[in-house]
Design a protein around this ligand. Structure first.
Ligand code: NAI
Ligand code: MG
Length: 351
């Protein structure tokens, strides 16, 4: 089997971590008997400065021919405003392919020290990725006057809420059988009460899954105090955004946090990426931790149906962090991005 992968390295360390992850993915493909055919797209802030757009006009159409997209990071605030780079590339891709699930695994790899005392947590946070609080509905009136009013309306649809929760229940079934649904339905009486109702309907359908409802403030605290008590967490766009930053922090930082943007069963390419950005402060020096992007690559293989290869990549990362010898500066070591990737690829060959 062969999979076609669109690579969008982007800006700054994006190019470095995608190069690194590709080495590991190629090694995994060779070992597990499938082929990965990559085509790289130079869409980035440099592309914007040269051509006046972040991606080519037919970019989305070209991407639709691929099985998956692996993205590094987009943004270079020194030359292009972040609002331009984000709205010109990342958001159009999420929107065009209706990538309504944003799934982020959060756990500590062996040997990695997070800020918490708890070490045994293993979370999958699923964030609704297309509607909710980030729908963009609203506006301002009487601008600049003492009577100014600004309104930002959340939009939740039954289709939107049900499909992301259903994905959560399916994942819970495959994992520990526990699901946490996040709202603030004591304070937000329309949208969040609706979310609770849809949760209860699905909970009846998935009677084998233990479903618990949490308010977002309570679960934010619980992520710090008792992260091991949680497994699959499903939340709206805004709440998921905030909770996954907590997740990234407790798993050791941005160098480890990976993200899958997918439309399960949609027949469209998913987009897999590290959570971090282009890190202008360390770009071009081989200092970036590639593990977040390698992990994103493992999620990509899993989504493509190559679960064994994805699991082998995770095991190889664990072997490298557990041994503690090859580590980038953010992990307390002195190795380069490429050296960490080479160590993971080598562990994969041994594994
Ligand atoms: P950032 O994530 O690029 O960097 C924040 C801090 O974390 C920096 O000190 C950086 O050195 C460090 N860091 C990030 N990734 C690392 C890694 N793999 N290894 C070691 N250290 C790492 O966030 P920042 O500085 O706010 O944004 C820089 C640019 O990236 C902006 O243009 C922003 O819009 C863009 N960005 C793009 C994202 C994307 O493409 N999905 C996500 C976040 C930011
Ligand atoms: Mg965020």
């Amino acid at each position: 089997r062969q999979y076609r992968i669109a690579l969008i390295p982007g800006d700054g360390i994006g190019t470095e971590v995608v190069d690194a992850a590709w080495q590991v993915l190629a090694a995994a493909a060779a070992r597990h008997g499938f082929a990965l055919a990559a085509e790289a797209f130079p869409w980035s802030c440099a592309h914007y400065l040269a051509h006046g757009r972040m991606m080519d006009a037919d970019g989305l159409e070209r991407l639709s021919a691929f099985d998956a997209i692996l993205l590094g990071a987009v943004g270079w605030p020194a030359t292009v405003p972040d609002s331009v780079s984000l709205h010109g590339l990342l958001l159009p891709i999420r929107k065009a392919f209706d990538l309504y699930v944003n799934a982020r695994p959060h756990r500590l790899l062996p040997g990695v020290r997070g800020p918490l005392r708890a070490e045994d947590f293993d979370l999958l946070v699923i964030r609704e990725n297309t509607e909710g609080e980030y729908s963009g509905a609203g506006g301002r009136v009487h601008v600049g006057t003492p009577h100014e009013v600004a309104v930002e309306t959340s939009i939740f649809t039954r289709r939107g809420v049900e499909r992301v929760l259903r994905h959560g229940f399916e994942q819970a079934r495959r994992r520990s059988g526990r699901l946490a649904s996040v709202t603030k339905s004591n304070a937000q009486k329309h949208t969040m009460v609706f979310w609770d109702e849809v949760t209860e309907q699905l909970a009846a359908e998935y009677a084998d899954v233990q479903c618990t409802r949490y308010h977002v403030d309570a679960i934010a605290a619980r992520l710090i105090t008792h992260p091991a008590s949680l497994d699959v967490v499903v939340a709206s766009n805004l709440f998921g955004d905030i909770l996954t930053d907590i997740g990234a922090a407790i798993q050791g930082g941005l160098g480890f946090a990976a993200s899958a943007n997918v439309n399960p069963g949609g027949g469209v390419p998913g987009m897999f990426e590290p959570v971090h950005g282009s890190a202008p402060d360390i770009a071009g020096r081989g200092l970036a931790n590639p593990l977040a992007t390698i992990w994103a690559g493992a999620l990509m293989l899993e989504h493509l149906g190559e679960a064994a290869a994805g699991a082998a990549i995770i095991a190889a990362m664990e072997a490298v962090t557990g041994a503690g010898r090859v580590a980038t500066p953010d992990m307390g070591g002195r190795a380069s991005t490429a050296e960490v990737a080479a160590a993971v690829a080598a562990a994969l060959a041994d594994g």
